[in-house]
Design a protein around this ligand. Structure first.
Ligand code: AMP
Length: 392
């Protein structure tokens, strides 16, 4: 890893353009969860403490190159002010002049970058316009780093560029978990479908010692072994692919763990009547909605033998209790081992954070990535364009 950090930059008296992710949920004009804003505070405060002016650049929603007033970042500015405990100058036009008027040491927030059609096209002209507003570029938006946009990729080639503290923490955690991890490494991959996680499974088979497959996707693997999974969510057209992954794992020495027992129900509903059966004994009129207690025991002992855990996706239909039981129990075990200093645990992507939050285990994990797509692409072994642009 050869990207620079804030440690390599002289910020004193500089205008620092910071790409942040403040794409937060908003209801009736009020931010309902400011987690993402909280996470950019260290970088912004450090820039100010070291004598810089912070100019925040971000997107909000998908306006697709059009000015959509409901997607104005103006409505997020008060929440940014509250988190930073600083005045934030919202700049919705006439960028150059307005930034020229800022007192050194101020914080500014530019209007939604995606109002400009150039942003998502990685347009050089738009990047040059943004670059002309500052002296240094800092990318603190890991969650947007898998996309080559003007504010994440092209601009990094126009100014001295570095990773912000949040990006740095994220990259370090990911490197610890999959780049040069302490072995053995166990990956837990759950969720609905094999088809959305094929590349991820292919990469993990190569890089980990144990691969735990759970959730709906495990049903496809069971079906690939000739097991009747009844009415379970399963992709029967993906069974050949599942078999190939099992073969590949054998040849590279990765142990795949599929459920040995499962919790089945006839309704996809919270509190649905359910029973625990062997994985090969799902009744024809029932569906598998969670892994069973014996499977959880096996996972717990696998976790105990491992030094590093990487987790994406729930082991069952976690939104409808009691089918969150296996996910919660495995997460609690990972949390316990992490707290005891025996395991490095990294989780992220899509529903994973929500699933791990249910049990309260997330807090004890070594690192929880709030990035969805970027985390998954990284787990797939892909180069993140926004990160690559910081290298050099
Ligand atoms: P993903 O977005 O691929 O990580 O999938 C998460 C979704 O998979 C959640 O909505 C879960 O409810 C769902 N899921 C997990 N296990 C099952 C299962 N056995 N049957 C149906 N849906 C499941």
């Amino acid at each position: 890893m050869s990207w620079k950090t804030l440690d390599d930059m002289d910020l004193d008296g500089k205008k620092v353009l910071v790409r942040v992710d403040i794409n937060v949920p908003v209801e009736d004009g009020t931010v309902t969860d400011d987690t993402r804003i909280q996470r950019i505070v260290p970088t912004v405060h450090e820039i100010l403490e070291r004598g810089g002016t912070a100019i925040l650049m971000a997107h909000f929603g998908r306006p697709k190159g059009l000015v959509v007033p409901e997607m104005s970042l103006g409505q997020i500015a008060p929440a940014v002010e509250a988190c930073l405990a600083r005045k934030v100058h919202f700049i919705d036009g006439n960028y150059g002049a307005r930034i020229g008027e800022l007192e050194p040491g101020s914080v500014a927030l530019l209007e939604n970058l995606r109002f400009n059609p150039g942003e998502e096209k990685n347009d050089e002209g738009f990047a040059a316009r943004l670059a002309s507003l500052g002296d240094i570029y800092v990318n603190d938006a890991f969650s947007a780093a898998h996309r080559a946009h003007s504010s994440t990729e092209a601009i990094a080639r126009l100014l001295p560029a570095c990773a912000g503290r949040l990006m740095q923490a994220e990259l370090r955690a990911l490197e610890t978990a999959l780049g040069t991890p302490k072995r053995p490494v166990v990956a837990v991959v759950g969720g609905a479908k094999v088809s959305t996680k094929l590349e991820l499974l292919a990469n993990l088979v190569e890089k980990t010692d144990h691969l735990v497959i759970g959730g709906g996707m495990a049903n496809t693997f069971l079906a690939a072994q000739g097991i009747d999974v009844g009415k379970s969510l399963a992709e029967h057209d993906m069974t050949d692919t599942a078999s190939e992954i099992l073969e590949k794992a054998k040849s590279v020495g990765c142990t795949i763990h599929l459920p040995a027992d499962v919790v089945v129900a006839r309704e996809f509903e919270a509190g649905a009547e359910n029973e625990t059966v062997a994985a090969n004994a799902c009744p024809a009129d029932a569906m598998i909605l969670d892994a069973g207690p014996n499977t959880v025991k096996t996972l717990e002992s696998v976790f105990e033998t491992c030094e590093t855990l990487i987790w994406n996706g729930p082991l069952g239909a976690f939104e409808i209790p009691p089918f969150d039981t296996a996910t919660n129990a495995a997460a609690a075990k990972a949390a316990e081992l992490t707290k005891a200093g025996k395991l490095i645990s990294v989780a992220g992507g899509g529903d994973t954070v929500a699933a791990l939050n249910v049990s309260g285990a997330a807090e004890a994990f070594t690192y929880i990535s709030t990035a969805g797509g970027a985390f998954l692409e990284w787990m797939e072994g892909k180069t993140l364009l926004g990160v690559a642009a910081l290298e050099g």
